[in-house]
Design a protein around this ligand. Sequence first.
Ligand code: ZN
Length: 270
Amino acid sequence: MPELPEVETIRRGLERNLSGATIVAVDVREPRLRRVVDRRALGALVGRRIGSIGRRAKYLLVDVGDGLVWLMHLGMSGRLLLVPEDEPAAEHEHVRVDFDGPLTLRYRDPRRFGWMRVARREELDELAGLGPEPLERRFAGARLHEWLRGTRRDIKAALLDQRVVAGIGNIYANEILFLAGVRPTRRCHRVRRSELDAIARATRRVLREAVARRGTSFSDYFDSDGIPGTFQDVLAVFDRAGEPCRTCATPIKRRPQGGRSSFYCPRCQS
Ligand SMILES: [Zn+2]
């Protein structure tokens, strides 16, 4: 599932290739994504020019002029690929957008949990209530302290809560907690303030490195040029159950937590 580093990598690829391009055709082949795509609203993109391409949490926000934003979310398995216009449609290709240049944008999504829509920026209720961007300066231990003080849920669930911090999913939550030396099952009210500071620092460090490595690819994530990321090569704990900790050689443990797998080093995260 694409998290902040993967979406940011895709954003950069789209910006590099599409900034300033004019949309000449939109074809919604399958509107039934997580929400039904409004064909008419998307079709109204024709003739519009791509301005800045931003990101908020895991949302891509394409400025198309007059205050309108083309919002996209990749859900679990969505992919945005830039391919030559004569490339035939692939399986699960639900939306195709053509530009006044040689590349077309294809939205492919086998599980169809992603979606897209066009709306005025102030109408984007998806963005209301999202927590701070973890790569921004204002995301710090103080923010975590403010939100988590007195709560008894576990720290990993808190990191996955998009209202606390935006854009983190299961892979990076595990990696962040390893780097901070905090076990995923610790209850928030028992996590010390100094540990929250360490978690905030680890968050920035892990996400920055993951963006530099263009995200994590297991089987289904590729950027808009079809290139996999390389952060999977340096994962400390995620998907490494039974393998030696890179710091202390203790076997990494895996346990179910909140419907997902948590990975941790029982020694480094005691
Ligand atoms: Zn260890």
